[in-house]
Design a protein around this ligand. Sequence first.
Ligand code: SF4
Length: 441
Amino acid sequence: MTNIEKRIGLLGFFARGLVKADVIRTKLDLGDRSTYLGMSDLAGRCRRSVVASKVLNSRKNLEDLLSKHVASGNEEAIQEILRQMVTFSRGHAWEHILGKGFAALGVNRIPQLEVRYIHEGAPIIIHMDDCFVFPDGSVRILEYKCNEEVQDDIYPENEFQLYGQLGFIQGLWGHPCFAVKADGQYLHAGLTFPQLVDAMFGIKLPSTPEGVNLEGYVVSATLNPNKSKKAALNPFGPYVPNAAITKECLDRAKWIWKDIQDIRSGPKTLDDLWVDYKFNPLCDFCDHWEGCPKFKLQEIPELEADLTELYEKKQQYKALEADIKRLEAKAKVSFDGTMKAQSCFEEDDTISYITDGIHTLKFSVRAGRKTIDKMLLESSLTNLSVEQLQLAIEKGGLTADMVEELIESSTKQGDPFTVCYVNKPKQKITKVAQEAEKLAA
Ligand code: SF4
């Protein structure tokens, strides 16, 4: 067996384990997802992809696909499956990290609270990442979203998902629809929400949700906060139940389930489903991209050569960027070490570069970029004092001083950043060329 075959075998071994673990975890926690609709199905941007994921068994296909890629030695495709699996696991990793903190605090937590309901024939089972019940009877729902970087803005589908969860808790409060599992086994099932809370924590909640302090947050999280130097967690909220969105959830469940039934029983195919032709960033990650009518209409085969080259160049560019960052970090260690040593001996600390005899290397710190914060500006404008407004009316508009003050108070400055300069001074290039010429002679 060659070393390349051994490498593919090892990558396939990792990927097979992660795909299998995902299949087992999904089965224990969520059961057979093709038999019901979850809140992420109802909040999704594309009805066709939700229906396709129910009528085609994508996970099973993924296991088969992986075996084919391992057999054909297709490393790029195996890495793609590994990327998907690691991305799926990020959210669970965060729940696990936070779960340890909640356990240490001893709070009344219901992880993966389950709510089951059938709406006009459509089976709905929703799972909430976290539900907390406090001794004063207030209830909080948390939905975690783990991304490469913490989000500054919330995606509308994440908001929709949380609104839906809050609406279901409120609407089904006194119905025997609530359940909770531990290690894949039901601890409690078929209880009303107050019965479940009483059974778990001995807290007596009112029999109807009126007057209950019920709120939710979407929490954006990253496992890599040092990368962007931004926050590790960013909560959006609080949200409270919204009757219009709860109704929209129920309507969507009815339509989507009808599509699924129509496809399963024959009159319809996936191609008959309505597709939104607007830009959807999730199309690039969709398991049902192939054959999707959205792309059939826009197919221009003549572009293949250019797009292949563009895609490859962009991949090379990404790899090049990663290499540059790695080499810069390595060079900075030498640069910082030399500067530190020099400052012990030299009184003149103005020398700020190092050289290998051919290249020069310098790192310099730049002030962070200044940007206008739209929200700060809006708030400064809406909070102008009576005196300022009177002055503006008298002068027929904001004065130059007022504008300057507004811009100043709405300007944010980013963190300082370091720039690396590596150059080959001209005389060095000439010198190297002359030496090469001498050698050649
Ligand atoms: S490729 Fe885009 S439009 Fe087509 S099914 Fe997937 S998400 Fe929907």
